[in-house]
Write a protein that binds this ligand. Structure first.
Ligand SMILES: [Mg+2]
Length: 265
C-alpha cells in the first residue's frame, strides 16, 4: 500500500539503522520529534533486541534528544513478557536462556525461573550460552515444555561482523527437539500488536519506520499498518527499488519529515 502520510496518527520506529548505527546518530532526529510533538502524533520504539533493558534504551534515546518514556519502548523481550503473562499464570516455572532484557522483563511481571521443572522455555540472544544451557532447554522441551523465542533474527551485527543471532539459537533447539518455537519479534504479529496497544491507534493509521524489509516492513504490512523504509541501515536504494514492497522509501528521517510536513500542508 502506498504511504499516505496525511492519514497517520502514530508512528513506531525501529532503532538500529533508523535512529543510530552503532555509535553514529542519524541526522534529522530533533526535527522529526519536534514535528511529531507539534502535530500530536504519538510515537513508540520497536526493536527485536532482547538483551538491552527498556531503561537502558530510554537513557540512550534521551541522550540524543528524544523525549522517550519507558512505556514507549517495546523490545522483543517486553513483547515476549507481555505474551507470556497473557498466556500463563505467574506461578508457571520458566527456564530462560537470554540476557538482562528478557530476564528483567519476565521478572517484572512476577515470573520466576525453576529450570528443572520448567513448563515454558524462553530463548533470547545470550552471548554466554553454553552446551549445558541448550541441554537443559532440550530436555525440558522434549518433556513437553512450551518453546518461545524472543525473535528470529538469524544474525546479529557487531563491529567484527555478523555473529549468530537468536534465530541461530532457536534453530539449534528446533533441530534437537523437533519442536518449532513460537516467535515473538518482528516480523511476527505479537510485536506489532503489543506496540499498537501502547500507541492506542488503528493499524491503518499507524506508520512503521524501519530499515529492514523482511522484518520491519513485511511484518507491519501483515498487521495492517502503513510503512516507510529508510535507507540509513541495512537496505540499499537498489534493493528497495527491486523489492518494491515498502509503502514509501526515504533516504533519511530528514527527507521523511519534509515529505510529512508537505503532506500536512
Ligand atoms: Mg533496524
Amino acid at each position: 500500500m502506498t504511504l499516505d502520510l496525511a492519514s497517520i496518527d502514530a508512528v513506531a520506529l525501529d532503532m538500529d539503522g533508523v535512529l543510530w548505527r552503532s555509535s553514529q546518530v542519524m541526522p534529522g532526529i530533533p526535527g522529526l520529534f519536534d514535528f511529531l510533538q507539534r502535530h500530536g502524533i504519538a510515537f513508540a520504539f520497536a526493536t527485536n533486541n532482547s538483551m538491552t533493558s527498556v531503561e537502558a534504551y530510554v537513557e540512550r534515546l534521551r541522550a540524543i534528544g528524544i523525549p522517550a518514556r519507558p512505556e514507549q519502548v517495546v523490545t522483543s523481550a517486553v513483547a515476549t513478557a507481555d505474551y507470556v503473562s497473557r498466556r500463563y499464570p505467574t506461578s508457571t516455572p520458566l527456564y530462560i536462556i537470554g540476557d538482562d532484557g528478557i530476564r528483567s522483563a519476565l521478572a517484572e511481571r512476577g515470573f520466576r525461573e525453576d529450570p528443572p521443572n520448567a513448563q515454558v522455555v524462553v530463548v533470547g540472544l545470550d552471548f554466554a550460552a553454553t552446551f549445558d544451557k541448550f541441554k537443559l532447554a532440550t530436555l525440558r522441551i522434549r518433556a513437553g515444555a512450551d518453546f518461545i523465542g524472543t525473535n528470529g533474527d538469524r544474525s546479529f551485527p557487531t563491529p567484527e561482523g555478523l555473529v549468530p543471532g537468536n534465530g541461530a539459537l532457536l534453530a539449534l533447539l528446533e533441530t534437537a527437539t523437533d519442536v518449532a518455537p513460537v516467535v515473538i519479534g518482528k516480523p511476527e504479529r505479537v510485536m506489532f500488536d503489543v506496540t499498537l496497544d501502547r500507541l492506542g491507534t488503528a493499524p491503518q493509521r499507524t506508520l512503521m519506520i524501519g530499515d529492514r524489509i523482511e522484518t520491519d516492513i513485511v511484518g507491519a504490512q501483515r498487521a495492517g499498518w502503513q510503512t516507510a523504509l529508510v535507507l540509513t541501515g541495512v537496505t540499499t536504494a537498489e534493493q528497495a527499488a527491486a523489492d518494491g514492497r515498502a509503502g514509501a522509501v526515504f533516504d533519511t528521517l530528514e527527507t521523511l519529515r519534509a515529505a510529512w510536513e508537505a503532506a500536512l500542508g
